[in-house]
Design a protein around this ligand. Structure first.
Ligand code: PMP
Length: 430
């Protein structure tokens, strides 16, 4: 924790006067790790710099979008060119067609797609579509999965199995969440029981097929395949929330890794290349229930914004370079192996996991498989690790229960520097 005065302190004090908590999205505030958030002035490749001109190796990548590295020249050029042609028209553009065609080509379960501006909008709209298409109200989500901040999805598990949830936020009426059933991630038997009890009332199951909002937790194949089978059997819509895992764990997302075809998919983060762009899509027959063709309403002043589409298209082009995901996965694996070895040398109970360009660090002897196990990780030790790494110029997610992200610009020099810093830090953690 910084005790010496810095420009970050000054900015944080100033920010808190006009912005609640000084930030525009809660996790940026360092509330769970303590200390002063770093105010970022600029970024390039795998690095960003704070208001004191300190450079950090960045492992959040804007929480996922920066997969090709910050300020990639091709993305910046595409954005500049698009901006010069006009910022927003409120009328359709050819770029939106190209983006839709590209998404449909890369994610075969998506036959039609609607562009929106945030992951929250994507999942919220997918949920409405599922309810509209089935005429059912109940939905299933899993504890520890985050799907944005729409009312029905800000729900934590109720007490006991198979109960409906409680709001996790003030301002969400009980009435809104009484239709949301919260089950345990990776608990196949519980899911089967829920369908047995009320499958014909469930509009949709929404899941992060690779969870990245309770640190990183992979689904077991059995869990997802059972989910797919049950949804088909009961006429329930299966929504994969791939806002984080899409174009991150593999070019085709988690659905390509597990070999599962969801009915609807939510995308975000990478597809906007750092600008506000997200999407939801699926079978054409389902998507055509959306307005203006169908009765399910959804709209957006800036949906399919031409500058965001330009950033997204140039990012989608870059990630299709031959060997892109092999290299990304190899660097990510190198990082987590190096960190695990460094912790082992220091005798710290620690493990790490990775898939594609996404990773999890756990201060626990075993890799967690769900929310309860994740909560058992040593948070105090994570916080000490986080601050010591920050001091060393390495910026991990400022909370113990967040996943990390590697970009294509995290080369051997960057990964080796991170591991060297971690060796020093782990040795100091006793
Ligand atoms: N779904 C998942 C899986 C996410 O990780 C996030 C954001 N972290 C969202 C939805 C919400 O996206 P946004 O922050 O763009 O609203």
């Amino acid at each position: 924790m910084t005790s010496t005065h810095s420009n970050n302190d000054t900015l944080f004090t100033r920010a808190q006067l006009t912005t609640p908590g000084g930030v525009n999205s809660p996790v940026r505030a360092f509330r769970s790790v303590g200390g002063t958030p770093r105010f970022i002035t600029h970024a390039a490749g795998p690095y960003f710099w704070d208001a004191d001109d300190k450079r950090y190796i960045d492992y959040i990548g804007s929480w996922g979008p920066a997969i090709v590295g910050h300020a990639h020249p091709e993305v910046v050029k595409a954005v500049q060119d698009a901006a010069a042609r006009g910022l927003s028209f409120g009328a359709p553009t050819e770029g939106e067609i190209e983006m839709a065609e590209e998404i449909c080509r890369l994610v075969p379960s998506i036959e039609q797609v609607r562009l929106v501006s945030s992951g929250t909008e994507a999942t919220m709209s997918a949920l409405r579509l599922a309810r509209g298409a089935t005429g059912r109200d109940k939905i299933v989500k899993f504890e520890g999965c985050y799907h944005g901040h729409a009312d029905s999805l800000l729900v934590k598990a109720g007490s006991g199995l198979l109960t409906f949830g409680n709001p996790t936020s003030a301002g969400v009426p009980e009435d809104f969440v009484k239709h949301t059933m919260v089950l345990d991630y990776n608990n196949t038997a519980q899911l089967e029981q829920a369908f047995k009890d009320m499958g014909d009332q469930i509009a949709c199951v929404i899941v992060e097929p690779v969870a990245g909002n309770m640190n990183l937790v992979k689904s077991t194949p059995e869990f997802l395949h059972t989910m797919r089978r049950l949804c088909t059997q009961y006429g329930t819509i299966l929504i994969f929330d791939e806002v984080m895992s899409g174009f991150r764990v593999a070019l085709g997302g988690a659905q390509s890794v597990y070999g599962i075809t969801p009915d609807l998919t939510a995308l975000g983060k990478v597809i906007g290349g750092g600008l506000p762009l997200a999407a939801f899509g699926g079978r054409a027959e389902l998507m055509q229930k959306m307005a203006p063709l169908g009765a399910v309403y959804q709209a957006g002043t800036l949906s399919g914004n031409p500058v965001a589409v330009a950033a997204g298209m140039s990012t989608l082009k870059l990630i299709q370079a031959p060997g892109f995901y092999d290299a990304l996965a190899a660097q990510t694996r190198k990082l987590v192996n190096g960190l695990s070895a460094a912790a082992g040398e220091a005798g710290i109970p620690f493990c790490a996991d990775a898939i594609g360009g996404m990773f999890g660090l756990y201060f626990s002897p075993d890799i967690p498989t769900g929310y309860t196990q994740m909560m058992a990780c040593n948070r105090t030790r994570f916080n000490a690790f986080f601050h010591a790494m920050l001091e060393q110029g390495v910026y991990f997610a400022p909370a113990a229960f967040e996943a990390g992200f590697v970009s294509a610009q995290h080369d051997d020099t960057v990964i080796d520097a991170t591991i060297a810093a971690a060796r020093t830090v782990f040795a100091s953690l006793h």
